[in-house]
Design a protein around this ligand. Structure first.
Ligand code: ADP
Length: 455
């Protein structure tokens, strides 16, 4: 069970006064938790069954603007309701919020009670079911990087974003002393998440001033995505309680390293054996793994939209800063978009390094799975491994350079349409186009600074 409460143990905790509040949350297109806080007594008597939310939640942008052009919800359709159906397997304690538990929900159509196909959880569920029908359990991990600031979001709003104060003064990659200074926050985060049933492996300093990373143990794909969105929310909540703030933007400062969310992937047989392992192969990679990787490479440019969903996401892909620019594979090589980790061991796996910390983990994992499973089904042949510095190799597969390019590639992808469904592809291409339209329309500080006097 991914959560650590049942309705029964929750009831007991409510009786003793230990828990009085249940957060009932769905996941939106941006990968944020959206929902309501229930009085725990009401959740136990009725709320656990279902509640409702406005169906605009799967069409709004970061600002909650009612974006036009979606099939699922609009002013013309009157913005009705979705059913929020708690997935009681995800019911858990939230140790960092007083007296609080949390449950994640599936989104169902109000009339048919079918899952809404465009909902992130439904999209991933479909690909996991496809893998299981082929006899494999996808096991995944999504490492998360972020920056920590000394000042709160409120203080930053008051004084302006030029006043961001990173928690450290220097690149703290693997540093123990600097991260000791950050322990009040990071220890609370590790222990809080652990108490919420999330198997945190470790936290570490990352490769720029104020940057951190958190790793959660690999699990089945759905648990990993659920954990990912809870980890992000928890990091913000715990930092906020300490008067600090964090950002998961892919690139918050031109001069600094971006924040990634590498996706580690392996397939296991249904009786728990690593299906990517073949001791006889020189790299220890099974044919199954090679086909899966070949699929990911064949559709790498078409899946990028789901790994890099904003205009800002593409600013992370720059030479020499550990974010990849080429969608090729290589063993234990951090310059490649697809890095093989643990070669010749039981933990042999694919680390897709393309995703930023701003990705929606359900969509990212679903798109990667869709591509990999297609590779297995069609027995795609793996191209030769490349070695050396991929940044400097010309004429090899590039990661799309802009959201515009990535959206066009996904829109015309027959493979993504076949695997995810036309309705899903069109929905998320619309989301991307809106981001582009807005970025095209809005005058930025950068333009003002350059042009004000000299244009
Ligand atoms: P590195 O720091 O080299 O990227 P780590 O040892 O920190 O690698 O592992 C990164 C992530 O990979 C961890 O979250 C771990 O749980 C996950 N992982 C380990 N083995 C597997 C596997 N077989 N399949 C998927 N993920 C895995």
């Amino acid at each position: 069970m991914p959560g650590n409460l049942t309705l029964e143990t929750l009831s007991k905790a409510v009786e003793t006064g230990e828990i009085d509040t249940v957060i009932v949350a769905a996941v939106d297109m941006q990968g944020r938790l959206v929902g309501k806080r229930f009085h725990a007594a009401h959740f136990i008597s009725e709320g656990w069954h279902e509640t409702h939310c406005c169906n605009y939640l799967l069409t709004v942008d970061m600002e909650m603007f009612t974006v036009p052009g979606y099939e699922t919800a609009s002013w013309e359709k009157g913005y009705g309701d979705y059913i929020m159906k708690p997935d009681l397997d995800t019911l858990r304690r939230v140790p960092w919020l007083e007296g609080t538990a949390l449950v994640l929900c599936d989104l169902l159509d109000h009339d048919t009670h079918e899952e809404v196909p465009q909902s992130p959880r439904a999209i991933l569920k479909k690909q996991v079911a496809r893998a299981r029908a082929m006899g494999f359990e996808p096991m995944m991990a999504t490492e998360l990087e972020f920056y920590v600031f000394e000042n709160s979001y409120e203080a930053i709003r008051d004084k302006g974003t030029s006043n961001l104060a990173p928690i450290s003064a220097y690149n703290e990659d693997y540093h123990i002393f600097q991260t000791t200074k950050e322990e009040p926050l990071m220890r609370a985060l590790r222990n809080g998440l652990y108490g919420a049933g999330i198997p945190v492996e470790n936290t570490k300093g990352e490769a720029d001033a104020g940057q951190a990373e958190i790793n959660v143990r690999y699990l089945d794909a759905m648990s990993t995505a659920d954990n990912h969105v809870i980890v992000k929310n928890a990091t913000k909540e715990i930092a906020h309680a300490m008067g600090k703030s964090v950002t998961f933007m892919a690139k918050y400062d031109t001069a600094k390293g971006g924040s990634s969310s590498h996706v580690h992937q392996s397939l296991w047989t249904m009786d728990g054996k690593p299906a990517f392992r073949d001791e006889k192969d020189e790299r220890g990679m099974s044919d199954l793994m090679k086909h899966y990787l070949a699929g990911q490479l064949a559709y790498a440019r078409e899946t990028t939209l789901f790994l890099a969903p904003y205009v800002n996401s593409y600013k992370r892909f720059c030479v020499g800063m550990f974010a990849p620019t080429k969608a090729v594979w290589s063993c234990d090589n951090r310059t490649a978009g697809y890095r093989i980790c643990g070669d010749n061991t039981k933990a042999v796996r694919i680390e897709c390094r393309i995703g930023g910390a701003d990705l929606n983990p359900y969509l990212a994992q679903a798109a990667l799975l869709a591509a990999g499973l297609d590779g297995i089904e069609n027995k795609l042949e793996l191209e030769p491994e490349l070695r050396g510095d991929m940044y400097q190799l010309d004429g090899i597969r590039e990661i799309p350079k802009t959201l515009r390019e990535a959206a066009d590639l996904t829109e015309s992808s027959e493979a993504m349409r076949a695997a995810l469904g036309d309705n899903v592809v069109e929905h998320y291409v619309r989301a991307a186009r809106w981001e582009i339209e807005e970025a095209d329309r809005v005058v930025t500080d950068y333009e003002l600074h350059r042009g004000l006097e000299r244009a």
